[in-house]
Structures are given as C-alpha cells and as structure tokens.
Design a protein around this ligand. Structure first.
Ligand code: COI
Length: 355
C-alpha cells in the first residue's frame, strides 16, 4: 500500500512575483515535498511542508561525488479551469532510470505521481495565467550520507520544488544562436549522458561560457567518440527540417531521451511527415545548409518547449538557418504542444493528466 503524505500548510504565504518579472526558476512556491531514504528503512516519511532551506552535513556525499539526479515537468491551468500535468508518467519513469544508473534506490512511481498531484493542488494559485507561462516542477534526489568513502550513499532525500516560469531563453520564442562545440564533450555512450544527473549540467558550463562569449545562447554538443555526430544542446534535443523530412539524432546512449522530443516525433508522424532518428554528422549539417536545404532547426525540451534556432557558429563561421526567423514547422509545433498542454486544442494522444 502507498505510504500516506503528511501535509503541513504554510502560515506565511509569499507574495507572488509580477508576471513581467517571473523569468525562469527565480521564484519558488509556498510548499515543497520531501521523502527520506535510509538503508534498511527504505523511502519513508513522505511530507509536504512550507518551502524552506534544508540542513546537510558538509560530508554529505552529494557535495563530493555528485550522486544527484533531477527531473523537469510542468503544470498548467487550462482555459476551462482544470489543472493539468503533461505526460508525468514519462518523467517518473525517467527519474527511476536516472536513479538506477546513479545507484540510487528507485522510488514508488505511484507515490511520486501522488506527491506531484498534491503539491500542485496545494500551490495551484501559483500557476501563472499569461500565454507562454506555466508552473515548472523540479523533482530531484540527493545523496545525504555523511561519509567520504566512494560508495553509494545509505541515505537520500527526494524533493519536489516548483517555480512559476515564462520562457527559458531571454530571446523568448525568437530564434537563438547556437555554438557548435569542438573542444569539450558532454557525454559518451556507456556513461551517464542518457540520464538526468546533475554532473552532466556542471560539465557543460565551461563550454556554455565560451558560447556566451561568442554571442550564442547555447552549445550544440557533438558525440564524444568521433567528435562528429550531432547529439543535443544540453537543455534541449534538436531537430532539423531538411527538404521533405525531419531528422533528429538517434538515442545512441549519449543524449537525453526528452519527453518533448518524443511528443514532437509523435506529432510529426501523426501529421504524416517523415521523421528520421539517425546519426547526423556536423559535416552533413554544414552541407545541407550550404546547399540551401536546411529549412529549419529547433530545440525541444520541457523548459525550452520548442525553441527555433536562427544560426549556428561552427569553426568561426556563422551559418544562418533558413532565413533566420522562426520556421513554419517550429511555430506549428509550438502552438500545438502548448495548445495540448493548456487545453486550447484537442489531445488525441491522452497526454494531459487532469488533477
Ligand atoms: C528541462 O527542460 O526541464 C530541463 O531540465 C532543462 C534545463 C532547465 C536543465
């Protein structure tokens, strides 16, 4: 039987941020969920409590060996007034794949779904209303045992925090510039690139700084072995619209199986378009751009939704994608995905989960 979730309501609700100021991940709601793990006891003491700092021993393993994973999903308020999650079961399954890869004990999926339901219900007034906004939900697990030996922690905390958000990029839905990284790599097959562990993001920061210096919003990673095949952007998967087909890098083990990626592939095929999941080299990408066959490039992700790419910087050269503005397909996908999420349009796949 699923363990109960104990609820302690805040007695000091926080002021809500102004819609024009929410940005991404700057403000947090009034409550958070916590579940503890102790060896021998399993996952226990599920609770929702007022949002507050936590205390950890300086020797907690997360600080030293990075045993930490996270997820990202969103809650929406539909025009009819329902509260909705988008494909949460996909996030919960990936959470446990990440847990398993990082030697963290898996968590009861039913309990995670119930925790998401209850937390969103309690903080439902934090779901913003303006177009392009939502409530971003960040579940994560950290290793808390205070012991410096390199071994799986015997204690963990699983927590869920939530933040009202607008667009992830400062550009909003305008096309971004992306820097193709040729020195650093993000991940290799057999490593941890296919799961959502904190270290993947820390490892990308150095290249991200370089990209910023080049005036780019993000880094496009190439595979770590051949340094040749396009993988992902770190905060998004990528799609290329070439001629009459859409190409996206195959899930070869070094990139994250995004839930928006999966949704986009489903939608494109539902619309009768040809989607190829395959190896796609930077040389092929440059060639199709030079031949004038690269109509669009866009990124997909929970935070980023559908994010058009206007140009790529590769080996000092700037390659403009299409005419540099948002492409037709990216715009249609953005409207459709956000429409399904917010109940504006029909959901033929049963992706909306009404709370
Ligand atoms: C997401 O899209 O939810 C992500 O986790 C990407 C990023 C904000 C780290």
């Amino acid at each position: 039987m699923m363990q109960p979730i104990h609820i302690e309501h805040t007695s000091a609700p926080k002021p809500r941020p102004k819609a024009s100021d929410i940005g991404f991940g700057k403000y947090f709601t009034d409550h958070m969920f916590i579940l503890d793990y102790d060896d021998g006891k399993g996952w226990h003491d599920a609770r929702i409590q007022p949002y507050q700092p936590i205390t950890l021993d300086p020797a907690a393993k997360v600080f030293h060996y990075g045993q930490a994973i996270f997820e990202g999903l969103k809650a929406y308020r539909t025009e009819a007034g329902n509260l909705v999650l988008f494909r949460p079961e996909m996030n919960i399954k990936r959470l446990n794949r990440s847990n398993d890869r990082m030697s963290i004990p898996v968590i009861d999926e039913e309990l995670v779904l119930e925790a998401l339901h209850q937390l969103v219900l309690i903080d439902q007034t934090w779901i913003p209303h303006e177009p392009g906004t939502s409530l971003y939900i960040r579940p994560f697990v950290i290793a808390t045992e205070d012991m410096l030996g390199v071994s799986p922690s015997k204690q963990y905390k699983f927590m869920i925090i939530m933040s009202p958000v607008g667009a992830y990029y400062d550009e909003g839905v305008k096309p971004i510039s992306i820097y193709v990284e040729s020195e650093f790599v993000r991940a290799v097959a057999g490593g941890v690139g296919h799961v959502k562990t904190a270290g993947n993001y820390a490892a990308g920061l150095k290249a991200q700084e370089g990209a910023t210096l080049q005036g780019c919003a993000q880094v496009l990673w190439l595979d770590g072995v051949h340094r040749k095949y396009v993988e992902e952007v770190g905060s998004m998967n990528v799609f290329f619209h070439l001629g009459d087909k859409i190409v996206t890098p195959a899930l070869t083990g070094g990139l994250l199986p995004g839930i928006t990626r999966d949704s986009v592939i489903h939608l494109l095929r539902y619309w009768g378009l040809k989607v190829e999941e395959r190896l796609f080299s930077i040389d092929e990408l440059v060639q199709v751009q030079k031949d004038g066959n690269l109509k669009e490039m866009f990124g997909t992700g929970t935070a980023a939704v559908i994010s058009p790419v206007g140009s790529l910087v590769w080996k000092g050269e700037t390659l403009t994608i299409g005419d540099g503005s948002i492409g037709e397909l990216a715009a249609h996908l953005y409207e459709t995905i956000t429409g399904i999420q917010t109940g504006r349009i029909e959901d033929p796949f049963g992706w909306r989960v009404v709370l």
